[in-house]
Write a protein that binds this ligand. Structure first.
Ligand code: NAD
Length: 418
C-alpha cells in the first residue's frame, strides 16, 4: 500500500509540474527526497529486557528553509509511507508560503503497548540516534499520529542536552508542538483543526452551507479530529457521529464534543461514551450529513467506503485520506472535496509561529496566534481558488500547482548548485 501511496503523491506533483511547464531538472529534484535516514536502536523495556526499534527520518526538500515535519509512532510506519508524507509537507509549506521544507519521520511501534517510561526512553534514544540530523536551523520535528506535546518536550530536552545548547537562546526550537511552559505556542494544539475551520469560513457559503446548523460526521477523534469537533460545534454546527479505532458513536441531536474529548483522554477512545447510540461501520458512512471530515489515517476511504458516503462536502483533515478511485467516484457524484494539503496546513503554520516565538524569546497572545493563522489560511485559500479558476482544475490539483509554482520561483532565482 505504501509504495502505491508514494507513487500517487509523486504523480500528483509531477502532473502539477507539467501543467506549469517547468523544466525537467526541477521535476527530477521533486521526484525523490533529498535524504532518507533509517535507524535501528535498542531500548530497555520495563521488564529489564532490550528491544530493537526501527526509526526513520525523511527530508524531502529544503529550498525554502529548514526541513519541517511530524514524527509518527505507529506499527505501520515505513520508509515509503514517510516519503509520501514528507513530500506532502513540502507542498504544504510552499502553499502557505512559510520558510520551511518538507520532512517526516517516525518509529515502528504500537504506543498502546508502551508504558510512559518506555515511551520516554524510546523517544530519547531515537533523538540521540538522529543526533546531528535534526536542529533548529536544519530539521524541526513536530507531533503526528502517536506523538504529542509530551513527546516533543522529551525530544527537545534530549537534543538540548546532547548539543549543550541549554543556555543558548531558543535551543528548544528544534521541535514544535511543545507544552506551553516549555516554549510551546498558544493555539498550537488546536491549530490543525482551527486551520480547517478558517478554510471553511472562506468557502462554506459557496456550497450553500453555513456553520449554524451544519451537520457533520468525524472519522478520528485524536488531536485533529477532536479540535475540529469542538471548534465547529462552538460555531453552531451539530456533531452527528464519530468513528475511531475503538468504536462508532451516533446521536442525531448532536454529541457534546468537550465531554467526548475528556472521555477519550481518560479511556483512550470514543467507545463507552454515554447517552449516544452505537452504529455499524456501514451505517456510519451512510449517515446523511452536510460535511464529512476524515481525521484518522491516510488512504482510509477506499472505493467501497466512498460509495456509501452520503454527504455534500468533504474537508480532509487527515493527510490524503481518499484513494484515487474513491476521489474520482466522489467528484463524479458531485461531492465537493476540500484537499488536505490546504485543510490541514494550520498545524505547520502555527509550528512556524512557535519557532519564531522561541527564536525571538517571545510569547504571543492566543488571539494574536489566531489572527495570524487566519490571515495565512485565508490568503492560501484565495491563491488556490485563483489557480483552480485560471487553470480550470479541481482544488487538490490547484493546491499542488500553487505550491509548485512558489517552489519553482525560488529555484529559478537560486539556481541549482554548483
Ligand atoms: P492522533 O493519533 O491524535 O489521532 C488519530 C485518530 O485516528 C484517533 O482518533 C484514532 O482512534 C483514529 N484511528 C486510528 N486508526 C483507526 C481506525 N482503524 N479506524 C478509525 N479510526 C482510527 O493523530 P492526529 O495528530 O489527530 O492526526 C490525524 C491525521 O491528521 C493524520 O493523517 C495526520 O498526519 C494528520 N495531521 C496531523 C497534524 C497535527 O498537527 N497533529 C497536522 C496535519 C495533519
Amino acid at each position: 500500500m505504501s509504495t502505491e501511496f508514494y507513487g500517487m503523491i509523486q504523480q500528483l506533483m509531477l502532473q502539477s509540474a507539467e501543467l506549469l511547464d517547468v523544466p525537467k531538472r526541477f521535476k527530477l529534484i521533486l521526484s525523490e527526497p533529498k535524504n532518507e535516514l533509517s535507524l535501528n536502536f535498542p531500548v530497555r523495556m520495563d521488564d529489564g529486557e532490550y528491544r530493537l526499534f526501527k526509526g526513520f527520518r525523511v527530508q524531502h526538500n529544503n529550498v525554502l528553509g529548514p526541513y519541517k515535519g511530524g514524527m509518527r509512532y505507529h506499527a505501520d510506519v515505513d520508509i515509503n509511507h514517510l516519503k509520501s508524507l514528507a513530500a506532502i509537507m513540502t507542498m504544504k509549506c510552499a502553499l502557505v508560503q512559510i520558510p520551511f521544507g518538507g520532512a517526516k519521520g517516525g518509529v515502528q511501534v504500537d504506543t498502546y503497548q508502551l508504558s510512559q517510561d518506555e515511551n520516554m526512553r524510546l523517544t530519547r534514544r531515537f533523538i540521540s540516534a538522529l543526533a546531528d540530523n535534526i536542529g533548529p536551523d536544519y530539521d524541526i520535528p513536530a507531533p503526528d499520529v502517536g506523538t504529542n506535546a509530551q513527546t516533543m518536550a522529551w525530544m527537545a530536552d534530549t537534543y538540548v542536552n546532547l548539543h549543550q545548547v541549554s543556555r543558548r537562546l531558543g535551543g528548544q526550537s528544534v521541535v514544535t508542538g511543545k507544552p506551553l511552559v516549555y516554549g510551546g505556542s498558544h493555539g498550537r494544539e488546536k491549530a490543525t483543526g482551527q486551520g480547517l475551520v478558517y478554510v471553511l469560513e472562506k468557502v462554506l457559503t459557496e456550497y450553500g452551507l453555513a456553520f449554524q446548523g451544519l451537520k457533520f460526521t468525524l472519522q478520528g477523534y485524536g488531536n485533529v479530529g477532536s479540535w475540529v469537533g469542538r471548534l465547529l460545534v462552538e460555531r453552531g454546527a451539530v456533531l452527528q457521529a464519530v468513528m475511531d479505532h475503538t468504536g462508532i458513536i451516533h446521536a442525531d441531536a448532536g454529541i457534546d464534543p468537550n465531554a467526548l474529548a475528556l472521555h477519550v483522554q481518560t479511556t483512550g477512545g470514543v467507545a463507552g461514551f454515554k447517552e449516544v447510540d452505537t452504529v455499524s461501520e456501514d451505517e456510519f458512512y451512510q449517515i446523511k450529513t452536510d460535511l464529512f471530515v476524515p481525521a484518522a489515517l491516510e488512504q482510509f476511504i477506499d472505493l467501497p467506503r466512498a460509495k456509501r458516503l452520503n454527504c455534500r462536502l468533504i474537508a480532509e483533515a487527515a493527510n490524503a485520506p481518499l484513494t484515487p478511485e474513491a476521489e474520482e467516484f466522489l467528484l463524479n457524484k458531485g461531492i465537493n472535496i476540500l484537499p488536505a494539503v490546504l485543510c490541514n496546513v494550520g498545524g505547520v503554520t502555527v509550528s512556524y509561529f512557535e519557532w519564531k516565538q522561541n527564536r525571538q524569546a517571545e510569547q504571543w497572545l492566543a488571539k494574536e496566534v489566531d489572527a495570524e493563522l487566519q490571515r495565512y489560511i485565508h490568503s492560501a485559500v484565495d491563491r488556490v481558488k485563483a489557480t483552480a479558476q485560471n487553470c480550470r482544475i479541481d482544488l487538490r490539483q490547484a493546491a499542488y500547482v500553487t505550491a509548485i509554482e512558489h517552489l519553482f520561483r525560488v529555484y529559478s532565482i537560486r539556481g541549482i548548485f554548483p
